[in-house]
Structures are given as C-alpha cells and as structure tokens.
Design a protein around this ligand. Structure first.
Ligand SMILES: NC(=O)c1ccc[n+]([C@@H]2O[C@H](COP(=O)([O-])OP(=O)(O)OC[C@H]3O[C@@H](n4cnc5c(N)ncnc54)[C@H](OP(=O)(O)O)[C@@H]3O)[C@@H](O)[C@H]2O)c1
Length: 407
C-alpha cells in the first residue's frame, strides 16, 4: 500500500484530488511539485516545490501522480518513475496515447504499474469497465462523446442559438477548455482518448496522429439549421469499429437524431456506447471534465493500486493481426465559403448548393481522402460532418434553394 505519494500539478485535476484527500483524510500527497513559484495558490500545501527532482529523487516516494499540463515534462516524469519501478497514475491522454507501446514496455520491464482512468471521460470508469467487465468479450464498436469542452460548446450553440465564438468564450470562463483550446475543438483530444480506448477495447495500438479527426471550429449556421430542420443535433463523435481484423477509427462532427442516446449527452458530460458480442449495446454517461470528477477518478486509481490491481491488457495480449483501415467510405455533409480544395477530396456528391455564402453539399467520401487532406480542410475553414445511418435521408433540398446535383 502506497504511503508516500508525490503529486505533480495542482491545477484543475491536481487540486481536485488534493481537496478530496483532505476531506477523506486518506492518500494525502506527501510532496507536491508545480511549475510557477509566483502563482497565488488557494490551496495551502506544506511540502511544495518547483523542481521535479524534489519528488523524483526522494526514495521514500512510492507512488507518483502525474497531473500536469505539459506533455513533454509529463513524459519525463512518467518514464523516469516507471524505470525506477515506481507506480504512476496519469491523467495525460496526449502523453499516454502517443507513447502507448513504450509505456507498456516500461511497465513490463521494470514491474511498475501505470493507471490512467482520469485521462478518458474523467468520471466514467470506462477503462476499468473495458479491462474487467469486457475482458473476455469481443467488442465490435466503441463510440462516444469524449471531449466535454466541445460538447459544452455544441450544446450551447444548439440550445441557446449563440455563435461558436460566444460558446467557446463561455467554456473558457468556466474552465472547461484546455490551456490550448485547439486540442479540444479540433478533435485531437478525443483522438488521443480513442487511441487509449482502442487499446483496452480491441488490443490495438493506433497512434493518434493516424486517426482522422475533424473539429467543430468551422461549424456553420447552415449546418446547425440543417440539423434542426431534421430534428437532429451535431455532436463531436469518436468512433472505432472492428470488422474482421480491420479497425476503422475517426473523430468527426456527426449529425445524430435528437432521440439518439449520444444526442442527449449535454454540456460537459461524456457518453460512451459499447457494442459487444454477448451484451449487445450498453451506454455509459458521466462527467467528462472538472476538478472533483477527475480528482475522484485519480483517487479510485490510487485505491486500485493499494489493492494491488493494475491493467491486465488482456485484449492487447490476445490481439492478432489487427490493422488500421482507412479505405472505407462515409456519408458526409460539407459547408464552406472556399471551394479551392474541395475538388481534391474525391467526393461522390449527391446534393449541392452554391449561394452567396458559399457551398453546401452532401455526398460520400473515403476516410483516406479526408485523412490525407485533414490539414487543408482545417486551414481552409471547411466544415465536414459525418451523417449517421439514422439520418441517411438528410437533405439540403429542404432549405428551399436550388439543389444542383441530385442522384
Ligand atoms: N481539466 C480536466 O477536466 C481534465 C480532465 C481529464 C484529464 N485532464 C488532464 O490532466 C492534466 C492536468 O490538467 P489540468 O486541467 O489540471 O491542468 P491545469 O489546470 O492547467 O494545471 C496544470 C498544473 O500543472 C502544473 N505544471 C505545468 N507544467 C509543469 C511542469 N513542467 N512541472 C511541474 N508542474 C507543471 C501547473 O503548475 P502551476 O500551478 O505552477 O502553473 C499546474 O498546477 C492534463 O494532462 C489534462 O489533459 C484534465
């Protein structure tokens, strides 16, 4: 049982953890390291320092909590601790997703354990569920809202009719957005989480850079109006499916009917749907961000380690020849005021409208083409959303303008 905990970071997650441990008088960190010596701090912490070695070089420390916002420094802290055989808990999905293989090897080689429940969907114990409840059952699909900030923004846009910029400002004021909002709204954060979930659900290691991700920054009022006219909403959905030995993984804004379970996940909440061979579809919902939700998730990992538990990585150890597949086609809606790169995407267009505000279209495109043109799509402020199967009938024809292509 860990007696001497070293905590890195006293921000949203770290302070949540610290305050909870003070309330329950268990697992209170012995030492804390942060970055900025000049920052005023609401929390009174006796053993506070600004150098990583204050914890890393202390041989009495037997558990490290890495809850900082700097992924490179986090990498240094986590690998250093695992190499010394010290158990680590981290909330840093970027660090974990980008270094899954290395982190697995370090644990194996040095007999240390790394837990990271708070890194995905904060309050939903989804990694625990995948590791234990689904340990022996094949999963064919995992799909969800994994980024609370972008879900907050989309909910505000749909429910209050405010602009993307106004909704983002409000999310920032409430502390729901990472220091760099791009990570949240571009789909990058959700892609890192999808990468971690793919390891535990399917045993696949997919680097987040190889996951197609398009964000919500360029959501147009036409797209919002179109969704509303079809009793639908747009959500940022991360999806990974396995068919035979192929995994299809992507993060895309998605049109969903209002009645869909994921459509009803609002504000900073996250929701995850799992489809498996024997249990069919199950749905998990919970707080995706926030000080206490993440702090409590870290605390549950501390308790697991105290009970001698770690991840068994069953699916990873059993997985055979899984490969990441990008050749499949999906139905999309696109809106843009700039037509320059659209012809490059190879879209099989079903409906197309051009007016003074730009173009809108509905069609089919390959994941590979979107992946290859991801940066250009982002740089040219093109909004692309996946159309869920339930909304296969989605039509811009209803907008009362001249539809140029209709097959
Ligand atoms: N916020 C959430 O709801 C949430 C949810 C799930 C996962 N996470 C993840 O949890 C981690 C922490 O997020 P957060 O929201 O708590 O961040 P935050 O509020 O910005 O706080 C970051 C903390 O890290 C410290 N820090 C930054 N760089 C450091 C360095 N080089 N050495 C030592 N300390 C350093 C900061 O020190 P100072 O106080 O001196 O600035 C601060 O205390 C991130 O990986 C994030 O992705 C966050």
């Amino acid at each position: 049982m860990s007696k001497n905990i070293g905590l890195f970071g006293l921000g949203v997650v770290g302070s949540g953890y610290y305050q909870i441990t003070q309330k329950i008088q268990q697992f209170i960190p012995k030492k804390v390291v942060v970055k900025d010596p000049h920052k005023p701090r609401a929390l009174q912490v006796a053993q506070l320092a600004y150098e990583a070695d204050y914890i890393l070089e202390d041989e009495t420390i037997d558990l490290i909590l890495e809850l900082i916002s700097d992924a490179d420094e986090a990498h240094h802290i986590v690998s250093n601790a695992l190499e010394k055989g010290i158990n680590v808990i981290s909330a840093n999905k970027k660090l974990i997703a980008e270094n899954l293989k290395e982190l697995l090897e370090l644990q194996q080689k040095h007999g240390s354990k790394l837990l990271y429940e708070a890194s995905v969907a904060a309050g939903i114990p989804i990694i625990e569920v995948l590791e234990t409840h689904y340990a022996l059952e094949p999963i064919s699909k995992i799909s969800g809202i994994l980024n609370g900030s972008s879900n907050f923004i989309l909910t505000k846009i749909f429910e209050e009719g405010i602009s993307y910029q106004e909704a983002l400002t409000e999310a920032q004021k409430l502390g729901y957005v990472e220091a760099n909002p791009y990570l949240d709204v571009s789909g990058s954060d959700a892609a890192s989480k999808l990468s971690i979930l793919s390891l535990h659900a399917f045993g696949a290691i997919i680097h987040p850079d190889n996951i197609l991700k398009l964000g919500i920054e360029d959501i147009s009022h036409e797209a919002v109006d179109l969704a509303k006219s079809h009793d639908a909403v747009i959500k940022l959905i991360a999806t990974a499916t396995v068919q035979e030995q192929a995994i299809h993984a992507f993060v895309l804004p998605t049109f969903l009917p209002k009645t869909h379970e994921l459509a009803q996940v609002a504000y900073e909440y996250n929701g995850i749907e799992i489809t498996s061979d024997y249990q069919g579809e199950q749905f998990y919902k919970g707080k995706g961000a926030g000080s206490y939700a993440t702090g409590a998730s870290v605390l549950s990992d501390v308790k697991k380690l105290a009970l001698g538990k770690g991840y068994a990585y069953n699916k990873y150890l059993q997985a055979k020849n899984l490969h990441h597949e990008t050749s499949s086609h999906i139905d999309i809606y696109l809106s843009s005021s700039n037509e320059t790169i659209i012809s490059k995407l190879g879209i099989q267009t079903r409906e197309f409208i051009r007016n003074e505000e730009g173009i809108q279209l509905i069609g089919k495109v390959s994941l590979q083409s979107l992946l290859e043109n991801q940066k250009a799509i982002e740089n040219n402020a093109i909004f692309i959303a996946n159309i869920s199967q339930e909304l296969a009938h989605l039509s811009i024809d209803r907008l009362g303008e001249k539809v140029l292509v209709q097959r």
